[in-house]
Ligand binder design. Structure first.
Ligand code: RP5
Length: 171
């Protein structure tokens, strides 16, 4: 097992967004967009459970001391990244099943959601909706101890409600 890529820089990010492949980025982008909208500092990087296992364990083991308070982990297919990261940290892990070509993401969903008792992963929906909700779930967790973020989150929810109510007329 190579130790390459196991050093992570100092950061002021509170959310770590990781994904198993560069090819997951378009799925995971909405998570980062929500974090940006809510002014939550985050970092993002590729960490593969299978191709860079030492990097995965190092990321999980260093996360808390680096100041990361929530990890969002996206992966597709045999999606072991969220669960294996959760096994090496007590930082909350939110899993996003990436839509796979072969099985449309059902493989990813089941790989992430069917964790054994003792190691929790908060599993979102398949694809970009799941990524967006992962960003919002991270915000809800952090807002428990941050009144300013709570206000921004409530404003986001209110704006969303208004947007729906402004377009209820159907022809
Ligand atoms: C997983 O395998 C990644 O999360 C990705 O969704 C899937 C396929 O990876 P690539 O072969 O596209 O890099 O590790």
């Amino acid at each position: 097992m190579s130790n390459a890529g196991t050093e992570f820089p100092a950061t002021d990010a509170t959310v770590g967004v990781i994904m198993g492949s560069r090819n997951d980025w378009e799925t995971m982008r909405p998570a980062c967009e929500i974090l940006e909208t809510l002014e939550i500092k985050h970092e993002r990087t590729v960490v593969s459970a299978h191709r860079t296992p030492a990097r995965m364990f190092a990321y999980a083991q260093q996360a808390r001391q680096r100041g990361i308070r929530v990890i969002i982990a996206g992966a597709g297919g045999a999606a072991h990244l969220p669960g294996m990261v959760a096994s090496e940290t007590t930082v909350p892990v939110i899993g996003v099943p990436v839509q796979s070509r072969a099985l449309s993401g059902l493989d990813s969903l089941l790989s992430i959601v069917q964790m054994p008792g003792g190691i929790p992963v908060a599993t979102m929906a398949i694809g970009t909706s799941g990524a967006k909700n992962a960003g919002l779930m991270a915000a809800r967790i952090l807002a428990l101890g941050d009144e300013s973020l709570q206000s921004r989150l409530q404003a986001f929810v209110d704006a969303q409600t208004e947007q729906v109510l402004a377009a209820t007329e159907l022809e």
